[in-house]
Design a protein around this ligand. Structure first.
Ligand code: LLP
Length: 422
């Protein structure tokens, strides 16, 4: 296999000597490929982020809820956040216990609250309405509350979850109403939580939001933990030299904050972070094949099988992902050119990378979309009646194992019930 611009995956030893073309032949195209060693490294980096005894890393499993990924995360000693019964159930299957799962949910039905209560998970609510609903379902129970930290950040306005214009969190001014609902239902408020948004490379907003939380925290004596949320970013543009987040600096800032909180509150609390992307993004690559090469309206289009049903991020958020190009035969061109990498979905917006400078690409080449391990497969769909791809894990030993089968057409067809015109 001839890898034309594979510096990033080579340096990470992503494929551990395996041939991506062979993986596609064996497991089908497109294909999500995860690397266990990288996943373990990211878990450990987060666990070691802050030098504080009662510091917990709760992986936000919405980023990647593949069972094998969760098993690895569990074996590294992390906990998880779940935000639906499905995420909780697959978490249990991966070996997490009820007390390892924070149910960080939004706008759920009473039936779902009953499920959380039955399973004994710790629930976090983010409205007075949900707090009261929980009080009715589980009077005397434990709960934590998500406040709006008053400030937000993120790579796209759709993922900014603090400040104005967000459906998340309770405003700090409503603390009295929280206290009233807690009292009315005899609830035990054991924690408070913020999440400023998804993807920051510097800690300023995260820290400022957390500082705002302390004022709220001080009003509740029963609090055992503060959950600072997730959002830790990764460099999606490594091919142009983007650098990773400075974990040492981030760790110091968080420790300083913890020390300040503890002294203001007058006791040592537990602290939680809930990263999703940081843990899962870089351990995943999405492979696909080039079916078409054409020029139209002066633009060059590379038609692949990676539609936005397979990876939604570029279309949904204009997200940038580095792209590598591989070829079975010897490279037949030294040329680089600007191309548009597109998928096979019936919409003009189905573009993975627009006007991207890449080595000249030919039919049957393989495209690798990097950093696809977070919000990749979990956001895929059956749009255009296409099948969600398989997922493969390259074990630490270098062996590739299938960890989720590709959908089958029967799975989908069988859900339909004919009305049966005769
Ligand atoms: N905690 C809460 C309450 C969250 O809502 C989220 C993500 C996280 C933690 C984890 O955030 P992370 O560390 O992964 O940034 N689909 C989007 C990202 C959506 C994030 C949703 N909430 C994307 O592909 O960029």
């Amino acid at each position: 296999m001839n890898k034309l611009n594979s510096k990033v995956t080579d340096e990470m030893n992503f494929y551990k000597g395996l041939n991506p073309g062979q993986l596609l032949k064996e497991f089908g195209s497109p294909l999500y490929v995860y690397n266990e060693s990288i996943l373990r490294d990211r878990c450990r980096e987060m666990l070691n982020l802050v030098d504080y005894n009662e510091f917990t890393v709760s992986f936000s499993s919405k980023a990647n809820s593949n069972l094998a990924v969760l098993e690895v995360v569990q074996s590294e000693g992390l906990k998880i956040d779940a935000m639906s019964p499905g995420e909780a159930l697959i978490g249990f299957k991966a070996g997490f216990r009820s007390e390892d799962i924070l149910y960080v949910c939004n706008n759920i039905a009473v039936e779902e609250m009953k499920f959380v209560a039955e399973k004994g998970m710790i629930i976090g609510v983010d409205s007075i309405s949900q707090l009261r609903a929980w009080g009715k379902v589980n009077p005397g129970g434990k709960v934590f509350v998500r406040f709006n930290p008053g400030i937000g950040t993120g790579h796209n306005e759709k993922v900014i979850t603090g400040g104005e214009n967000t459906k998340f969190g309770i405003d700090a001014e409503d603390v009295k109403e929280v206290a009233n609902a807690v009292k009315e239902f005899n609830l035990k408020l054991i924690g408070i939580n913020q999440h400023v948004g998804s993807l920051f490379m510097k800690g300023d907003v995260f820290i400022e939001g957390a500082r705002n939380l302390i004022e709220t925290a001080k009003k509740f004596d029963s609090i055992e933990f503060i959950n600072l949320g997730g959002g830790f970013g990764i460099p999606y543009n490594k091919q142009n030299g983007e650098l990773p987040i400075d974990l040492e600096e981030m760790g110091k800032m968080i420790l300083e904050l913890i020390n300040q909180f503890n002294s203001e509150i007058g006791r040592s609390l537990k602290y939680i972070i809930e990263p999703g992307r940081y843990i899962a993004a870089e351990c995943g690559v999405l492979l696909g094949q080039v079916n078409t090469v054409k020029t139209s309206g002066g633009k060059k289009y590379i038609g692949t099988d990676i539609g936005f049903n397979v990876l939604a991020r570029p279309v949904m958020y204009d997200s940038y992902h580095d792209i590598e190009v591989y070829r079975e035969c010897e490279a037949c061109s030294e040329k680089h050119e600007k191309v548009n990498i597109v998928g096979n979905i019936c919409e003009s917006g189905d573009v993975i990378a627009a006007e991207r400078m890449l080595p000249e690409i030919f039919e049957d080449d393989i495209i690798a979309v990097l950093d696809a391990g977070a919000y990749g497969h979990v956001m895929s769909s059956n749009y255009n009646f296409r099948l969600r791809p398989a997922e493969v894990l390259i074990r630490e030993s270098g062996e590739a194992v299938l960890v989720r089968e590709r959908d089958t057409i029967c799975d989908i067809l069988n859900k339909y019930k004919p009305i049966g015109f005769k």
